[in-house]
Design a protein around this ligand. Structure first.
Ligand SMILES: Cc1cc2nc3c(=O)[nH]c(=O)nc-3n(C[C@H](O)[C@H](O)[C@H](O)COP(=O)(O)O)c2cc1C
Length: 557
């Protein structure tokens, strides 16, 4: 039988995947081959002449695709899931991994190409999350002959598109169209393929990251040439570790090659990857992984698999293709450092009016897809002169000023009533840009606040109506209770009146500073100051140098 991603089909004969036609619903039964009543194994089969059709012609709920009816499911026990009952994340056995792959590519309708593409993309995404392009660009992907190697080839292609410079070592090519297609794709990107003989003995000199995609979860036995030698070269990397040059981190795809899939690095002499990207679900050997970066990839596991195997997997954040498992390593704060590269910010290229310049930068921040580009830090201080800062959202900007809305009984409101001078600060990380704005603040008109209040979603209107900002709360439940009561009161859709204590402020600017991060801390800083010239107020642009002292100080950060 044809080999699927993990194992030959023949090895999984206990799993009855008799999906006869797309229209035949899959139902579950218990195995006759594993009769242990304490451990009823749930198997798949199609409705066939031997099995009566399900009573209901309606589509089955999702769990029934792979899971059992609840009364059966609740008592079932799977090796890996049961073993990990107290673990926050499930680790699966080799057998379960093979079964899951079999099911994905059987009744769940995936193809091997799809799973490989998603797996490779996950690996590339995890690498990009940890190893910044500015420090790590040259990636060597060592690819084995099977699916794990295919994942590595796909990851290399995605890394190329992310801006990395991949190299491939693929000593045992397969002629199957899937793999030759992947090779063609990489060759068309001019990604170099290096023979084992071409690889330097000390991989540290030529590469910044090494992707170990030699063997996956279906591997048994001892690695054969040339992979035995390649594994030894990865093991030996640490021996070349002489300060200040650190050996390149090894990123293992699903299983560190040479490790036992369930027992891990049995004699302790195997590869010690810095990053492991588990695919679908971590295999049992991943419990022995001691590196700082364990990620999960393969964001394709459907609920039917999760239910059947009782998997506990961390949720993927947002649209990410990978998620970190466990705590991120603690970092040395002093070592956190970014080198900015940005276009120059020159006096003759900026707008004469700072509000126009702000608008250009703001639009660019919006177009980068930054979350909440309108978030700004507002700093105020009352009559005691003690400053306080908090984030607020910019809700309008024009030549008159910058508007935000808040509670007029809050701390910021009290401080503004005592001292109208305030500053705003925007930081657009992706663009290496910061804008400082200073000026005086006054309330917007009641009509303006009213108009904005009623343009907000009803939930936000109710929130403003119950919130006593900056006041000490009796408890979280108190505000939730008040919200619920108000929600009921206005459930008929009638207008929610704007509370008197809620409204907007406008900061009229007198000074701007546009900051553009540049390499070696030689940042561009352009200041706009409002000056009186011939009786009228005009904006003047001045270049602010990063003070020598600051330059030295920041370069050492
Ligand atoms: C991203 C972000 C946006 C916020 N936007 C607003 C806002 O527009 N108005 C507001 O009153 N509070 C906003 N807050 C909450 C404030 O930061 C702050 O907690 C609250 O206004 C009370 O501040 P105060 O006690 O210093 O007056 C925001 C918080 C964050 C993190």
């Amino acid at each position: 039988m044809q080999s699927l991603r993990g194992k030959p089909r023949g090895m999984l004969s206990h799993l009855l995947l008799l999906l006869t036609s797309p229209s035949s619903p899959i139902i579950l039964t218990t195995s006759t081959s594993r009769p242990n009543p304490q451990n009823p194994t749930l198997l798949l089969r199609s409705s066939s002449p031997l099995s009566p059709p399900p009573a209901s012609p309606l589509p089955l709920p999702r769990a029934s695709l792979l899971g059992a009816p609840p009364h059966l499911r609740s008592r079932r026990s799977f090796s890996s899931a049961a073993a990990m009952a107290d673990e926050p994340v499930s680790y699966i056995s080799q057998k379960d991994a093979a079964e899951i792959d079999e099911a994905l590519m059987g009744p769940l309708g995936f193809s091997v190409d799809q799973l490989m593409e998603l797996a490779g993309l996950s690996v590339a995404a995890a690498i990009a999350e940890v190893y910044k392009l500015s420090e790590y660009s040259r990636v060597l992907a060592i690819c084995g002959p099977g699916n794990n190697g295919g994942d590595g080839l796909v990851a290399a292609r995605h890394l190329y598109h992310f801006g990395y410079k991949p190299f491939i070592s693929y000593p045992k090519r397969t002629s199957k169209p899937l793999y030759s297609g992947l090779v063609t794709q990489l060759e068309s990107l001019s990604i170099p393929f290096l023979s084992v003989e071409d690889l330097p003995q000390n991989l540290s000199d030529d590469f910044d990251i090494i992707v170990d995609a030699m063997f996956g979860f279906s591997f048994h036995g001892t690695p054969r040439p040339p992979f035995d030698d390649l594994i030894q070269r990865l093991v030996a990397l640490k021996a070349f570790d002489n300060a200040p040059k650190k050996s390149p981190p090894i990123v293992s795809v699903d299983i560190p090659s040479g490790w036992h899939v369930e027992e891990g690095d049995i004699n302790g002499e195997g590869i010690k990857p810095e990053m492991l990207v588990s695919l679908t679900a971590p295999k049992l050997c991943a419990k022995k992984f001691a590196g700082p970066h364990h990620f999960l990839g393969g964001r394709f596991v459907p609920p039917a698999i999760i239910d059947k195997y009782g998997l506990r997997l961390p949720p993927y954040p947002g649209t990410s293709m990978c998620v970190r498992i466990g705590k991120p390593p603690s970092v040395d704060i002093a070592s956190l450092r970014e080198n900015y590269t940005s276009p120059e910010l020159l006096e003759d290229q900026v707008m004469a009016d700072p509000v126009d310049q702000f608008q250009i930068w703001f639009d660019e921040a919006v177009s980068t897809g930054l979350r909440e580009p309108n978030a700004m830090a507002l700093s105020t201080s009352g009559k005691d002169g003690k400053p306080s800062s908090r984030m607020v959202l910019l809700k309008g900007v024009d030549k008159q000023g910058f508007i935000w809305y808040t509670n007029y009984e809050s701390r910021k409101a009290r401080e503004l009533s005592e001292n109208p001078h305030a500053s705003l600060l925007f930081y657009w990380n992706h663009l290496n840009r910061q804008v400082r704005i200073e000026g005086s603040v006054e309330k917007v008109s009641d009509e303006e606040s009213e108009r904005y209040f009623h343009s907000r979603p009803r939930g936000s209107q109710l929130g403003a109506a119950v919130s006593k900002q900056s006041a000490v709360l009796a408890g979280r439940h108190a505000i939730h209770q008040a919200y619920k009561e108000l929600e009921e009161r206005y459930s008929d859709g009638k207008v929610i009146p704007k509370p008197d204590y809620w409204g907007g402020y406008r900061l009229t600017p007198r000074c701007f500073e546009f900051w553009q991060g540049q390499p070696s801390r030689l940042h561009d800083r352009l200041q706009y100051v409002l000056r009186e010239v011939n009786g009228s107020q005009v904006w003047q642009i001045e270049r602010k140098e990063q003070l020598q002292l600051q330059t030295i100080y920041f370069s050492s950060l």
